[in-house]
Write a protein that binds this ligand. Structure first.
Ligand code: XMP
Length: 519
């Protein structure tokens, strides 16, 4: 087992559920250290005094398919509380003498469970007699082991929550770790605090210490390069590595000419001047504009930008010499998406270009210290690493930058106009205290000119589109409802201040059917 910090912990045994990291996240949120270990690796001899409780995850397995999983039965003799979730519940029941079989009705989605008995596990979990939980299973426990009692049932799952209070073994057929389960966090909290009696011992500070230590161990004395975009994820990775290995980290920041107004100045001021990082600033504005000349197809734009970025990145990485590692700001949801955990093939909507994710052929080993964290945890870590609030609360910005906010052909003139419009819009959001209520906002320049009248003169200028959305994760989104006075004010400001725009429209489509970006 790979543990650096000598802390009491909850051990999560992973049977391949797509929610295992979510269980760990819930335990972290409750302020307790947890460690995930694969079912293939854990043996009863690894169970030491620091393990105060065990959670068995769900998984796509069948308890009778013994070739597909391993579980050392002696673990249950260790007198440590165990919570089995879904498959974990089934295996815990089977090992204790119960039976599992295929459910008559497979359950995927919300189910109502009815309270039958009280248990320390469910204290404050049932606000009424019933509560809503999220199920995802094909098999279920059909015979309960002796000394287990039923705490709650659903129409399809007689043994939705079961307990052996003496041994402190608990099984739940549903997923308390997902937000769709009402009060799921209360159930997990009851398990870890009331039943396992572990004390709070985990904070973002510990997270920082642990990650820095792990990075140091991984890269030793070797050089690491990092593509810095100025966005939250790459900034946090860069600062984490900066703290871990200092001048052995080389950050490459490419000015594509498609950044927001003054962005390059801000990145240099923060990372080079304030944080004293090894920052290589590459001004490639001309190269990008030249390569994008007369290109209007969105996919072609994305490919040109992506390829050019790799070329420049490789060029500079070579100059540094003897680089062994590439640091990337991959987050846990990115891993889930790229692995397609559901197994379903999704159709390609856009070729996403993530600046850190491309130079595969450089044969560098990856350093991905954030790969088990979620976005809000990364933001907290960033604050803990003294990256200012300004960077941490920034809206996401796509790799291809303003190129995908200028549908049609890109010219220097259009970029200049758009930078100004976007600057006024974002500044107004900040001035009016709206910026942090909105997940992402931007201005775009549409490739149509319309007629207007200013003073007594006819104008014939571009159309500016404003987009502001609310979202959890960018996968779905809704437009933000501004007050009329705000939208009126910003429209006036843009039209009156920027030559080249004489009309402003606000995008009121959600995602789906639209996407957040225009291309
Ligand atoms: P869409 O337009 O697909 O955007 O609804 C969802 C989120 O992803 C961002 N986005 C990108 N981010 N490289 C990135 O790093 C890209 O190529 C890219 N395209 C879109 C977009 O800004 C939104 O936050």
């Amino acid at each position: 087992m790979n543990l650096d910090l000598d802390l009491n912990k909850i051990l999560i045994i992973d049977f391949g559920s797509q929610f295992t990291q979510l269980i760990a996240r819930r335990v972290r949120e409750l302020g307790v250290f947890s460690e995930i270990i694969s079912h293939k690796k854990i043996k009863s001899k690894n169970i030491n005094n620091s393990i105060k409780g065990i959670i068995l995850s769900g998984g796509p397995l069948n308890v009778y398919d013994l070739k597909k999983y391993s579980f050392d039965k002696n673990i249950i003799q260790k007198k440590i509380p165990i919570l089995g979730i879904c498959f974990g519940h089934q295996i815990l029941s089977k090992i204790n003498g119960g039976k599992v079989k295929q459910s008559k009705h497979r359950e995927f989605g919300l189910a109502n469970i009815l309270k039958k008995k009280s248990s320390p596990l469910t204290k404050n979990f049932f606000k009424k007699k019933h509560t809503k939980v999220w199920m995802s299973h094909a098999d279920q426990v059909s015979k309960l082991p002796s000394n287990f009692k039923v705490i709650a049932s659903s129409q399809n799952s007689k043994f939705a929550i079961v307990a052996n209070e003496l041994k402190k073994f608990y099984g739940v057929q549903f997923h308390p770790e997902v937000t769709h389960t009402d009060n799921g966090k209360i159930l997990i909290s009851n398990f870890i605090f009331s039943i396992c009696k572990i004390r709070k011992n985990w904070s973002t500070k510990n997270q920082r210490i642990k990650l820095i230590k792990e990075v140091k161990t991984q890269v030793g004395n070797d050089k690491v390069i990092c593509a810095l975009s100025g966005g939250v994820d790459s900034s946090v990775v860069a600062q984490l590595l900066n703290k871990a290995i200092g001048k052995k980290l080389y950050c490459i920041f490419v000015n594509t000419g498609l950044l927001r107004k003054n962005e390059e100045k801000q990145v240099i001021a923060t990372f080079k001047k304030k944080l004293k990082m090894n920052l290589i600033y590459v001004n490639a504005e001309k190269e990008f504009i030249k390569n994008l000349k007369n290109i209007s197809d969105p996919e072609k734009k994305r490919k040109i930008i992506g390829n050019l970025f790799i070329k420049i990145f490789e060029r500079y990485a070579k100059k540094i010499k003897n680089v062994k590692f590439l640091a990337q700001g991959t987050l846990y949801p990115d891993l889930i998406e790229s692995k397609s955990v559901t197994g379903s093939k999704t159709s390609k909507i856009k070729s996403h270009h993530n600046v850190g994710g491309l130079p595969k052929k450089m044969k560098l080993k990856l350093v991905e210290p954030l790969k088990f964290l979620f976005k809000d945890e990364v933001r907290k870590l960033g604050l803990e690493l003294n990256l200012g609030k300004e960077i941490i609360t920034r809206h996401p910005f796509p790799g291809p930058g303003l190129a995908i906010r200028i549908p049609g052909i890109i010219t220097n003139e259009k970029i200049k106009i758009l930078k100004e419009a976007d600057f006024y819009f974002i500044k107004a959001l900040k001035d009016y205290g709206l910026y942090n209520k909105i997940w992402q906002a931007y201005a775009a320049l549409l490739p149509v000119k319309t007629v207007g009248v200013m003073g007594d003169n006819r104008t014939y200028e571009y159309l500016c589109l404003l987009r502001a959305i609310t979202s959890e994760d960018g996968m779905t989104a809704d437009f933000y409802e501004f007050k009329k006075s705000f939208i009126q004010m910003i429209s006036n400001k843009i039209v009156n201040s920027i030559r080249g725009i004489n009309r402003v429209v606000y995008d009121v489509t959600s995602k789906p059917p639209s996407t957040i970006e225009l291309e």
